[in-house]
Design a protein around this ligand. Structure first.
Ligand code: GLA
Length: 386
């Protein structure tokens, strides 16, 4: 972490030729359970991880905004007066989209100074760990500070989501930015995506001798195209056909009636969301009553529901999950939006290396690319670094 901070400060200095006003960081996230429930106004249980995006920011005397990063070979520059989704493209749409979205939700962009930003991150891109929300959340807290906006964190999360929806063009929900901004050490964020009320839930992995392994398949995905938006549209269709505002209003007891009303595909999409909401509630209760060793069946059931009903898993994710289950994991599931990215396994510390070896072997045997497996720890959300 301090390494990245040093690199970001040095990168800023080299590029812009002056000392930044400060540095801020925000983490990626893992979703423990509650997939594709956020935009259905349901429940999610993600946690912030110990992989972060760090930014250095300096204020300018004019109204120009410049962004640069260690992962792109360009400095993108725009006048604050020109900020709009149509003018933002590629990676720069994430940080500059947040500046635009702040203007939509409270900042007077005609009155604030321009800025220079340099970004670096150790959140893997395309792994389903929300590298994009980490950038958005770091920029949101930084601009909130230097522009003296005093917006609270749930509002900053909705600003990150607005940037992602309008500037990046991915129709995603509120989960990722909420986890990145609200996360706390050793805990998950239990978020009601309708009221936006949240509660911090103790995970207790370490005390129970458990670790959470990320199994990154290396198959990358984008939510700005294809399957994610299709699934969202199916959920909206299902809600309309059932006469409710969102699938949050459908319970497990309503499913027999839904089966009669809906076509098979829409019914299965709905069944995933409805049962997944229930699994989030059950996971929170189980964590409180019995601790993390008791949540394995819920994780496994969530994966099956995504594989069979929501149909967002891929062969690599299924293989990672099955290999984990056969090699001592307490529970395993794909995490994030699907169609690629990573799966997670909750496993006793002593069984970890056996599982890592087994995953490598299984992927090689199936002719899949080499997966990347690493442990993540539930960590603190976005913060000012200096
Ligand atoms: C992506 C989106 C989130 C959420 C998940 C699926 O990570 O950014 O808003 O919808 O997919 O649970």
């Amino acid at each position: 972490m301090s390494d990245i901070r040093d690199e970001v400060r040095a990168g800023f200095n080299t590029l812009y030729g002056y000392e930044p006003a400060g540095m801020w960081s925000a983490p990626g996230r893992v979703n423990l359970i509650g997939e594709h429930t956020d935009y259905n106004k349901g429940f999610v249980l993600p946690f912030a991880i110990n992989r972060r995006t760090v930014i250095a920011l300096g204020l300018r005397e004019d109204r120009v905004a410049r962004v640069a990063s260690s992962f792109a070979d360009e400095v993108v520059e725009i006048d604050l007066a020109e900020l709009s989704p149509e003018h933002l493209h590629g990676w720069a749409a994430y940080p500059l989209g947040v500046a635009w979205a702040l203007g939509e939700r409270g900042a007077d962009l005609a009155a604030v100074p321009g800025f220079d930003i340099f970004i670096e991150s150790d959140v893997p891109v395309g792994a389903g760990l929300s590298s994009s929300a980490a950038i958005e959340s770091a920029v949101a807290i930084a601009l909130n500070d230097v522009w003296c906006l005093r917006l609270d964190r749930p509002t900053l999360a909705s600003i990150g989501q607005l940037a992602e929806n309008e500037a990046v063009g991915a129709p995603t929900g509120i989960m990722d930015q909420s986890a990145s901004l609200l996360g706390q050490k050793d805990s998950a964020v239990f978020l009601d995506c309708r009221s936006l009320d949240s509660e911090i839930i103790d995970l207790g992995f370490d005390a129970a001798g458990l670790v959470l392994l990320i199994m990154d398949t290396g198959v990358s995905h984008s939510h700005a195209t294809g399957g994610y938006a299709e699934r969202r549209a199916s959920c909206e269709l299902g809600a309309r056909m059932l006469g409710v505002e969102s699938l949050r209003d459908v319970t497990v007891d309503d499913l027999p009636r839904a089966r009669e009303t809906l076509d098979d595909v829409t019914f299965r999409r709905v069944r995933h969301v409805v049962t997944e909401n229930q699994r989030v509630l059950d996971t929170v209760r189980t964590l409180r009553e019995s601790g993390p060793t008791a949540i394995g069946d819920l994780l496994d059931a969530s994966h099956l529901s995504m594989r069979n009903d929501f149909e967002i898993s891929i062969a690599e994710l299924d293989l990672a999950v099955e290999t984990a289950q056969a090699n001592g994991a307490i529970g395993a599931r794909m995490t994030g939006g699907g169609f690629g990215g990573a799966a997670i396994a909750l496993i006793h510390r002593d069984d970890l290396s056996r599982l890592q070896v087994a995953i490598d072997g299984a992927f090689a045997e199936h002719g899949f690319g080499q997966p990347d497996t690493f442990v993540v720890v539930p960590a603190q959300g976005a913060s000012r670094e200096s």
